[in-house]
Design a protein around this ligand. Structure first.
Ligand SMILES: N[C@@H](CCC(=O)N[C@@H](CS)C(=O)NCC(=O)O)C(=O)O
Length: 229
């Protein structure tokens, strides 16, 4: 029985970290909200699940699992290919740090009010973007570059490698000038990005219409006025 992924239908967002793991692991799933009326169906489903605050969440038989890092931990416990030979606490720590980056990325374009439009907080977003580009991106990328001693975080690829691919791709889309300027400092992350893109399940996924393009509804948003080298 395929598991069910529930997430907003027209954006990569946080759901993409889960999609990449499902696709790379060859795990059967249905991306439930992508049908007509998907959002309505997701709201109705979520209302029945006391432990789920927000999408993405995964329904696997009797289990409803939310929070990206928790979903990935759940999947890797059941599909060891997703752990790549690393211990679960190392992977979880790295994934939780990726979740921290993602929260900061969102706060760049929504620094004041998560439920208001970007256009209503543009001057604050400019200030947040300056600090994020100058200080936070290098600090986080230094950390992940340091965690990559070999080709992968562990002996083989894991869900964390897949998420690092998504992080690099997202930051490149959001801040092309800044990421180009920083690229000589992060050769291992750049190589990891390409290595993950070549994993058969990922290569097939990226070439399919299941992969939604980056856009300005997602977490990683390209607003040219927020980028600089
Ligand atoms: N920490 C959660 C964050 C979940 C989250 O913020 N989901 C967003 C979409 S990416 C959402 O729909 N939030 C609704 C809300 O916060 O009210 C995770 O990693 O899964």
């Amino acid at each position: 029985m395929p598991c069910k992924l529930w997430y907003w239908p027209s954006l990569q967002g946080r759901g993409e970290f889960v999609r990449l793991a499902l696709e790379a692991g060859g795990i059967a799933y249905v991306d439930c909200a992508r049908d007509d009326d998907g959002v309505k169906a997701m709201m109705a489903d979520m209302a029945k699940r006391a432990s789920v605050y927000a999408p993405p969440y995964l329904v696997d038989g009797d289990h409803a699992v939310s929070q990206v890092a928790n979903i990935l931990l759940y999947l890797a416990d059941r599909h060891p290919v997703l752990a790549g030979g690393s211990d679960r606490y190392t992977l979880n720590a790295l994934q939780l740090t990726i979740a921290d980056v993602v929260a900061e990325v969102h706060a760049v374009h929504h620094p004041v009010d998560a439920s208001a439009y970007y256009d209503d907080q543009k001057s604050e977003a400019k200030r947040a973007a300056d600090a994020f580009r100058d200080q936070r991106i290098p600090k986080f990328l230094d950390h992940f570059e340091g965690a990559l001693a070999g080709d992968w975080i562990g002996k083989d690829w894991s869900y964390v490698d897949l998420s690092l691919f998504q992080l690099v791709a997202g930051l490149r889309y959001m801040f092309p000038k800044r990421m180009a300027a920083l690229s000589p400092e992060y050769p291992r992350l750049a190589a990891l990005h390409d290595r993950v893109a070549a994993i058969p399940g990922i290569a097939a996924y990226l070439a399919s219409d299941r992969r939604i393009a980056f856009n300005t509804d997602g977490i990683f948003r390209h607003y040219p006025e927020l980028d600089a080298a």
